[in-house]
Design a protein around this ligand. Structure first.
Ligand code: OMP
Length: 309
């Protein structure tokens, strides 16, 4: 799947992933009113609104971006109806040819991680039949339980052609509290995580030289991003923090290799709720915002001689 992701990035000239992080209060009034009228003030109404909203966003951006990243918390908070809307986002995006990155940030003791891997990237067997719980192509992984919490995803990566993005240096203001801790050998904890990723990358790699075991590094820490690019040369980087969190094109540029590949930049609120800023229809606004972000990143890549296409 890492090769398909990179092929789609190249074909669409777009190293961008749209984050599907719906917030009910920010969904356009007309959609909310319609769903509240149909289902009353219920979780079902919220889930129906999210479903319509997401499908509208996916339709608006599907030909401009290679991937979407639904963040499960925005669905999970609405219980079972919310998770049905999450499933719909994954399935609808896949039906439009998009790569789906499940932002689930999972990781537990090995045997529990195995169940997480099946839930989001694999299949479960019931008698002679196989079922997919929440189908996605990649999942985000929290590494802090150690090697066994990550390695349990290997079966899905290899047998089902899936991928993972391991949290290495996150974009949030207090990420340094633990991730920047200096170890006995003088290295930061996030560099230790990067070592694990790079070690795994040497064993499993796709045709573009990138591994299905990628890393998450925030746009809000451009210096670390640059160093981590060098430390994990075969890791595809998922870079959140562009837009609402303050990151810009110049901050993410060092996530890309010298050819202009190796990274995909996420933007959630800045795309899906663009209509609040620029006005007009939410789908048209999301499309305009994606095109503007594409231009911004491509112009910056081109200015440093890194534009691949
Ligand atoms: O794993 C992630 O996607 C992630 C890691 C990280 O370090 N920072 C981060 O913001 N994210 C996610 O990326 C998205 C950022 O959303 P916006 O700030 O609205 O673009 C949210 O879904 C976050 O949960």
């Amino acid at each position: 799947m890492i090769d398909q992701l990179i092929e789609a990035i190249i074909q669409k000239k777009s190293p961008i992933v749209v984050g599907l992080d719906p917030r009910f209060n920010q969904i356009p009034q007309a959609i909310k009113e319609k769903c509240l009228a149909e289902y009353g003030e219920t979780l079902e109404a919220v889930a129906a609104a999210i479903k319509i909203f997401n499908r509208g966003i996916i339709d608006a951006v599907a030909d401009e971006v290679p991937a979407v990243k639904p963040q499960v918390a925005f669905y999970e908070q609405y219980g079972l109806p919310g998770m049905a809307a999450y499933l719909d986002a994954c399935q609808y995006a896949a039906s439009k040819g998009l790569v789906v990155i499940a932002d689930v940030k999972r990781g537990d003791i090995g045997s529990t991680s195995k169940a997480y891997a099946k839930a989001h990237l694999g299949q479960v067997q019931v008698g002679n039949k196989n079922y997919q719980g929440f189908p996605a192509d990649f999942a985000t992984i929290n590494p802090y339980l150690g090697d066994d919490c990550m390695k349990e995803f290997e079966a899905e990566i290899v047998q089902e052609d899936k991928g993972i993005f391991i949290l290495v240096k996150t974009s949030n203001p207090t990420s340094g509290q633990l991730q920047d801790l200096v170890m006995a050998d003088g290295k930061h904890l996030y560099e230790k995580t990067a070592e694990i990723v790079a070690g795994w990358n040497d064993k499993i790699c796709g045709k573009f030289g990138y591994s299905p075991v990628g890393a998450v590094v925030g746009a809000t820490y451009p210096e670390e991003l640059s160093a981590l690019r060098a430390q994990m040369p075969k890791a595809m980087l998922l870079v959140p923090g562009y837009g609402a969190q303050g990151g810009g094109a110049k901050d993410v540029i060092n996530a890309f290799d010298t050819k202009g590949l190796g990274a995909i930049v996420n933007n959630s609120r800045g795309i899906i709720f663009a209509y609040e800023k620029i006005g007009g229809d939410y789908q048209e606004a999301a499309r305009k915002a994606v095109i503007a972000m594409k231009q911004d990143i491509n112009d910056t890549l081109s200015s440093v001689g890194k534009q691949y296409w």
